[in-house]
Design a protein around this ligand. Structure first.
Ligand code: HEM
Length: 239
């Protein structure tokens, strides 16, 4: 349990330019694509492995306070399909939050299976890699599932590692561990991908209203200006 601050209502002043205050999350801001995703999920007779295509959109939001807590964040949506297919393979929405005062990264995660998770981890503001975790049963950083999933695909913990790569891409590896009635071992539902920038982020509303440029300086790049449409690597280079 965290110690209650004396004053839980007074809010700190936040900075209007979210992109300049995202700590390690700056590397994730923008619209991204990855074509070499790898998934391992449970099927009736064991394990299935697939490759997938992913489009990941992460846009800065205005700073958020909870009394004395101050977060800078990204609202994200990722959509995943199998190569050559239209049907959704996986979809996920949520927020990435950075709390500078405690060097904490928080991930809120919702998927259209009737399942949500809140994961967190700590790292330095200039970290190029970090990890967030969530555990079933925890009332703080936990996992909540609908009754069918909780009974049959009991998701015990979630772990995601993010790495900002020197070439400006970023990669993730995650493990959603689950217990199922048809097998004794815990199943590692794993996913990984590397995301390539296809469009820069749009500055948050407060930054736009104040006429600020997005000065957060992502990996390997100078400052972005509003409307910056820098060209990005052709698709062939992702292979
Ligand atoms: C890149 C990310 C992910 C991909 C591509 C993916 C894909 C899949 C696929 C293909 C299945 C097999 C079941 C089906 O076809 O309906 C599955 C099952 C499942 N996934 Fe994921 N998943 C991802 C991430 C996650 C995350 C983050 C969670 C939870 C935190 C999660 C929870 C589950 C659960 C509980 C099941 C078993 C439910 C069932 O089979 O009915 N998945 N996933």
């Amino acid at each position: 349990m965290t110690e209650a601050p004396v004053d839980i209502y007074t809010e700190p002043d936040g900075e209007p330019d979210t992109l300049a205050n995202l700590g390690p999350l700056r590397a994730l801001a923008g619209v991204w694509e990855g074509r070499k995703g790898a998934d391992q999920h449970p099927v009736e007779d064991g394990t299935e492995r697939d490759t997938f295509l992913e489009r990941y959109d992460a846009q800065p939001i205005d700073f958020q306070t909870n009394g004395p807590q101050l977060f800078y964040g990204l609202r994200y949506h990722t959509h995943i399909v199998r190569p050559g297919e239209v049907a959704m393979f996986h979809d996920q929405v949520g927020y990435w939050l950075w709390e500078p005062a405690t060097h904490t990264v928080v991930l809120t995660l919702a998927i259209p299976r009737g399942q949500v998770a809140l994961a967190a981890g700590r790292c330095d503001a200039d970290a190029t890699a970090f990890e967030v975790t969530a555990t079933r049963g925890a009332t703080t950083y936990g996992i909540a599932s609908n009754p069918f999933l909780d009974d049959n695909f009991t998701t015990t913990d979630f772990r995601m590692t993010v790495t900002a790569n020197p070439d400006g891409t970023w990669s993730y590896q995650q493990n959603t561990r689950m217990r199922m009635p048809d097998r004794s071992a815990v199943f590692d539902h794993t996913d990984r991908n590397t995301l390539h920038l296809v469009a820069p982020p749009t500055p948050n509303p407060l930054a736009l209203a104040q006429g600020l440029t997005a000065s957060g300086g992502g990996p390997g790049e100078g400052s972005l200006t509003i409307g910056d449409l820098r060209s990005t690597a052709p698709v062939e280079e992702w292979q």
